[in-house]
Design a protein. Structure first.
Lengths: 243, 349
C-alpha cells in the first residue's frame, strides 16, 4: 500500500511543480503587475499609518488615562476580522483600493502606536532629567531626545505592521483590490491550485523580503543609537560601504 | 546674565541665597525645613550628608527641577520664581551621577547641546567643543565623532562635565558626579576638576555623601541631617569645631587626620622672612633653617599637607623638616608647629 502511495505522489509531484512553473511563466506580466500593486498598497498604507500612529503614540505618553484609551482602541481594532472590516467600509467608500487602504491603516495602528508609546517611555529617565536640567523644553526633549532614541523601536513596529499588512492586503482582492490576492480568489472559485500556490508563495516572499529589509533598517538605527546588536549580513555590508 | 545690572553687581558677592526654604513633597514628606544660607560667587560649596537628608532636593531647587513650598531662593540677587525656568536652566550647568548623555548623539553633539539651545553660531560652537575636549583630556580628533556608548565610564563623565561647562555657565550643579566611578577614576576626575575649577570663575554646588570628597572639593561645606542644615562652614572650621555629635560622627574617628590632610604646610611652617621675599637668599639668610637636617633629601613643599610632613617625620625619625619650594629653602616645620597650629584652630572658635 505504501509503495502504491509513494508511486502516486512521485509521479504527481513533478507534474504539479511543472504546472506551477507553467502558470508562473504564462502569467509573468500579470503577476509582476499584481506584485507591484501589492507593494504600492502596503507602502501607501504604512506611510498613512505612520502619519496617524506616531502622533497618537506621542499623545498617549502625555496622559495615562488617554494613553490607555488609545492603546486599548488600537488593540480592539486588531481583533475585527478583515473580511468584516472590508464589508463595513463598503457602504461608506465603495469597493476597490480605498477601503483596502483604510483597513490596512487601521490594522497598522496597534504595532505603530504601541511601539511609539513604548519607545518614547523607555528612554532612560536620567537622559530626560539631564535634558530638563539643561533647559530643554518639553517639545525639545521630544524632538531631540525621545523620538530619535525611539526610532529603532518604532521601526520594529513598522516592520511588524508591514508583515501583517502584506497578508491582509491579499484579502482586499475580495472587495476589488487589484493585487496578488486576486489570483488566489480566482484560483479558489475556479479550482485552479497553481494560481493559488504561485500567488501565495509570492505573497510570502514579499512579506519575508519586507521583514528582512526593515530589520536591516532597524539595526542601522540601533547601531546609530549606540545599541549593541548582532548585525545581519546586509547591515554589515551597508555599514562598511558607508564607513 | 549678570552684565544686565551694573555697579551693585560687584558688591553683591552672593550668587545663591536660600532664605528660610522648606520643601514638602506631595506625599507630605518633608525634604528640607527652614534652610537659610548663602553661596559666595566663584566658590565651591559641597552639600554632604547621609542619603535622604535633602541635599539633592536643596540643589534641584536652584535650577527649579523642584519648587520650594515655603521661602525663596535667590539667583544673583533675583528670586528665581521671577526668572524664566528654561533660561535659568540654560544658565546653569548640570552634572548628574547617572551622567545622562544622549546616546544617539556624538560626543561633540552632546557637548554642543546648550550652546545650540542658546543659538550660538556653528563656528563658535565647534571651537568651544574642541576647547572643552582638550580641557577634559579627550583629544578632539579621536573623541569628537564617537558615540558615548563607546567610551568608558570615566570618559563619559568627562563628557558630562564638558557638556555642563559648554555655555560658560555662572553656576554649575553637580549631583554626586563621580559617585558611580571606580575609586581610581574618581580620584583622577576629582583632581582634574579641581584644576579646572581653579581656572574658571564659576559658582559650583556639589552634592556627595562622601565626607572625604566634600573636604577635598569644597571651599565651603554644608552638612545635612534629615531635612536640616546642621553646619555650614569651611572644611577647616568644620573639622576643628564640629557643631554637634552628628557632625562628629559623620566626619569619623580620624577627624584629626582629616584636618591634617587639608592643612597646608604653608600655613603651619615658620618661614624665613627674607627667604620668602627673595628666594635667592633663602639658604644664606636662614641660618637656623639650614642647621636642621642639612643635606638631607627629606623635605616638604609649601603646597604639601601636614599629614605628609608628619608621615616623613615618623619615617625618618626626625622632629623637623625643611620646607623647600623650587629648590629654595623657604622655611621649617616641626612636629610641635603642627600640634600648635591644630590646637590654635580648635580653640579659635
Amino acid at each position: 500500500m505504501f509503495g502504491a502511495h509513494l508511486t502516486v505522489s512521485q509521479s504527481v509531484a513533478p507534474l504539479l511543480l511543472e504546472s506551477y512553473v507553467e502558470y508562473a511563466s504564462k502569467n509573468q506580466a500579470l503577476l509582476w503587475d499584481l506584485l507591484v500593486n501589492h507593494i504600492i498598497v502596503v507602502v501607501d498604507s504604512v506611510w498613512l499609518a505612520l502619519l496617524i500612529g506616531i502622533p497618537l503614540g506621542v499623545v498617549a505618553t502625555l496622559d495615562d488615562r488617554l494613553g490607555n484609551g488609545i492603546l486599548w482602541t488600537t488593540g480592539i481594532l486588531m481583533t475585527v476580522p478583515s473580511i468584516a472590516l472590508f464589508g463595513l467600509l463598503i457602504p461608506f467608500v465603495g469597493i476597490g483600493e480605498i477601503p483596502v487602504v483604510i483597513a490596512l491603516v487601521l490594522y497598522a495602528q496597534l504595532p505603530i502606536v504601541r511601539n511609539t508609546y513604548v519607545g518614547l517611555t523607555q528612554v532612560d529617565s536620567a537622559t530626560i532629567k539631564a535634558g530638563r536640567g539643561m533647559g530643554m523644553t518639553r517639545r525639545q526633549r521630544l524632538w531631540r531626545i525621545q523620538l530619535p532614541q525611539a526610532v529603532p523601536v518604532i521601526m520594529a513596529g513598522v516592520r511588524n505592521a508591514v508583515v501583517i499588512l502584506v497578508g491582509i492586503a491579499a484579502i482586499g482582492a475580495f472587495i476589488g483590490a487589484n493585487n496578488l490576492g486576486d489570483p488566489i480568489f480566482t484560483g479558489i472559485s475556479e479550482a485552479y491550485p497553481a494560481a493559488i500556490v504561485v500567488s501565495t508563495v509570492l505573497v510570502s516572499l514579499l512579506a519575508l523580503a519586507f521583514d528582512y529589509g526593515l530589520g536591516v533598517v532597524e539595526q542601522l538605527f540601533q547601531l546609530r543609537n549606540g545599541e549593541s546588536v548582532d548585525p545581519a549580513l546586509l547591515t554589515r555590508v551597508i555599514r562598511r560601504s558607508i564607513a | 546674565m549678570n552684565d544686565t545690572t551694573d555697579s551693585p553687581t560687584q558688591e553683591r558677592s552672593n550668587m545663591i541665597t536660600f532664605d528660610n526654604v522648606t520643601k514638602v513633597y506631595p506625599d507630605d514628606t518633608v525634604a528640607i525645613e527652614n534652610i537659610s544660607f548663602e553661596v559666595e560667587r566663584g566658590t565651591t560649596t559641597v552639600f554632604v550628608g547621609p542619603s535622604g537628608c535633602g541635599k539633592t532636593t536643596t540643589m534641584t531647587l536652584v535650577n527649579r527641577l523642584e519648587e520650594p513650598t515655603e521661602g525663596a531662593v535667590y539667583y544673583d540677587g533675583t528670586d528665581i520664581q521671577e526668572l524664566n525656568t528654561v533660561e535659568l536652566r540654560r544658565d546653569i550647568g548640570y552634572v548628574i551621577q547617572e551622567i545622562g548623555l544622549f546616546d544617539h548623539m556624538t560626543v561633540g553633539e552632546n557637548i554642543a547641546t546648550v550652546p545650540e539651545l542658546r543659538g550660538w553660531e556653528q563656528d563658535r560652537i565647534d571651537d568651544r567643543v574642541d576647547e572643552l575636549l582638550s580641557l577634559m583630556d579627550l583629544p578632539s580628533e579621536t573623541y569628537r565623532d564617537q558615540y558615548p556608548t563607546a567610551l568608558s565610564g570615566g570618559q563619559q563623565q568627562r563628557v558630562g562635565v564638558a557638556r555642563a561647562l559648554a555655555a560658560d555657565p555662572d553656576v554649575i550643579l553637580m549631583d554626586e558626579p563621580f559617585g558611580a566611578l571606580d575609586p581610581i577614576t574618581r580620584t583622577e576626575l576629582q583632581d582634574e576638576f579641581l584644576e579646572i575649577q581653579a581656572r574658571i570663575d564659576t559658582t559650583i554646588l556639589f552634592v556627595t555623601h562622601d565626607i572625604n570628597e566634600a573636604l577635598k572639593m569644597g571651599d565651603k561645606i554644608a552638612i545635612f541631617d534629615v531635612g536640616e542644615l546642621v553646619q555650614y562652614g569651611t572644611p577647616q572650621e568644620i573639622l576643628a569645631n564640629p557643631a554637634n555629635d552628628f557632625v562628629k560622627q559623620f566626619i569619623g574617628a580620624d577627624r584629626t587626620l582629616k584636618e591634617l590632610q587639608i592643612t597646608r604646610i604653608e600655613d603651619v611652617m615658620r618661614s624665613d622672612e627674607a627667604g620668602r621675599e627673595t628666594p635667592a637668599t633663602a639658604v644664606d639668610g636662614g641660618a637656623g633653617v639650614s642647621e636642621i637636617s642639612t643635606g638631607s633629601s627629606v623635605h616638604v613643599s609649601p603646597d604639601d599637607t601636614a599629614d605628609i610632613a608628619l608621615s616623613r617625620m615618623i619615617e625618618t625619625d626626625t622632629e623637623a623638616l625643611q620646607v623647600v619650594d623650587d629648590d629654595d629653602v623657604v622655611g621649617v616645620v616641626t612636629e610641635q608647629d603642627i600640634r600648635d597650629y591644630r590646637t590654635a584652630t580648635e580653640v579659635g572658635a
